[in-house]
Design a protein around this ligand. Sequence first.
Ligand code: AMP
Length: 397
Amino acid sequence: MPNFRTLDDADVKGKRVLVRVDLNVPFESGKVTDATRIERSTPTIREIAEKGGKVVLLSHFGRPKGREPQDSLKPVAQEVSRVLKRPVAFAEDCVGAAAEKAVAAMKPGDILCLENTRFHKEEEKNDPAFAAAIAKLGDLYVNDAFSCAHRAHASTEGIARMLPAYAGRAMQAELQALEKALEAPKKPVIAIIGGAKVSTKLDLIENLIAKVDGLVIGGGMANTFLHAQGIGIGKSLAEKDLAGTARRILDKAEHRNCAIILPIDGIVSFHFEAYAPSHDYGIDAIPDDGMILDVGPLSVERIAAVIDDAETLVWNGPLGAFEMPPFDKATVAVARHAAERTKAGKLISVAGGGDTVAALNHAHVADDFTYVSTAGGAFLEWMEGKPLPGVEVLRIR
Ligand code: AMP
């Protein structure tokens, strides 16, 4: 990865290393309910500690307005210690005397977690004096929190301008996977997008059209495109006021030689609920009082064939209302097909976004994709082609 400095370039021995991690983990009744984000950071933390660096962890947690005890990182630091099976000290603040004293007491290989950066309003303002107060605590800065990189905050952006800055191992893996997926992909490259609405994914669709050879559109958002083409979609979820936008997108795709693959059949039900009776209808025969809740088996076959012709796949958004069986069928079938092609070494598959990760877990294939990004907002902004401030600042200029 030539564009970014990584831990391979850092001499951490005996140094105070400020490591920005994402400890904004799901938390209920005083307990961390999902430690995935912590687990993703452990290779970086371990590596720096084992090389004799002093690991100083920095993170935000929740959306506190000032110092709110329920948003303290203290219990999360204990969970980090449990996951790492090593002691993790805690400092009651991320700047000032408490932090300075805790850092001064560290020995090589020690790990310290600083209190929630968002206890200071200057964090989200990317205030240079606040960033400098954090930077004072370290000799080097490592960012391992891709999921926070779409925000230019003091602990993700400002500080990286003040210290030698490196990508941690999780950040490195994410950047390498994303580069393989859209920036320098093996062609043909296709994207699958689904989910509820076109309106939330307009930027994403526009960016993809410019970059991919084929775009599969499923989920509720496909209905808007079908409606825009004059196809009756009954009572399906759609944004009919976006018909003009949808037509403009289809024209632009044609102009750019990006094939748009829309459903040719749909699973229709009369009730929006799990296990509601349903039937497969050809896309030009959708009943007036029905709702398309999933793409049909003929469409799945077609999508599988498109995947077979591709070298690279990027996926965001479910193909149907997958939380309500049996309307999870197409999403699961396509996910399994992509996983099989990936396992056979025929496909590079990268997926991301909250619902997409949930859908791949539901299909039990998340581990079989080349890379699954758990970063919600940052992954989407990357798919939209937007520069991520926390990544840009790590680039070697
Ligand atoms: P998004 O957050 O935009 O990715 O949308 C995900 C949501 O879209 C999920 O909750 C799905 O249940 C929903 N969804 C997908 N397809 C449909 C559909 N055909 N009709 C209604 N909701 C859908």
